[in-house]
Design a protein around this ligand. Structure first.
Ligand code: SF4
Ligand code: SF4
Length: 70
C-alpha cells in the first residue's frame, strides 16, 4: 500500500500570524483558527475538499502557506 499524497497546501506554522485570512478566503472551509498558547494558529481541519484554487496562498500576508511538492 502506498501512503496518501501530501496535502496540496501546507502551513509553515512558525510564519502564521493567526490573522484568519485563509479561513475567509477558502470556499471549501478547510481552515480554522485554533488557540496556541496566547496566540492563534491556522490549522487544516478537512483537506479532502481542497480544489487547489490557491486563494488561501494568495491571501496569506506572511507567506505561511505554500504548495506541497507533488
Ligand atoms: S487551495 Fe483553495 S480550496 Fe485548497 S485550501 Fe486553499 S483556498 Fe481552500
Ligand atoms: S492567512 Fe496566513 S498568517 Fe493568516 S491565519 Fe492563514 S496561514 Fe496564518
Amino acid at each position: 500500500m502506498s501512503s496518501p499524497p501530501p496535502a496540496f497546501v501546507q502551513i509553515a506554522a512558525e510564519r502564521c500570524s493567526g490573522c484568519g485570512r485563509c479561513v475567509a478566503a477558502c470556499r471549501q472551509r478547510i481552515f480554522t483558527l485554533e488557540p496556541r498558547g496566547r496566540r492563534k494558529l491556522a490549522v487544516m481541519i478537512n483537506r479532502k475538499p481542497c480544489d487547489r484554487c490557491k486563494r488561501c496562498i494568495e491571501n496569506c500576508p506572511t507567506g505561511a502557506l505554500f504548495t506541497a511538492p507533488s
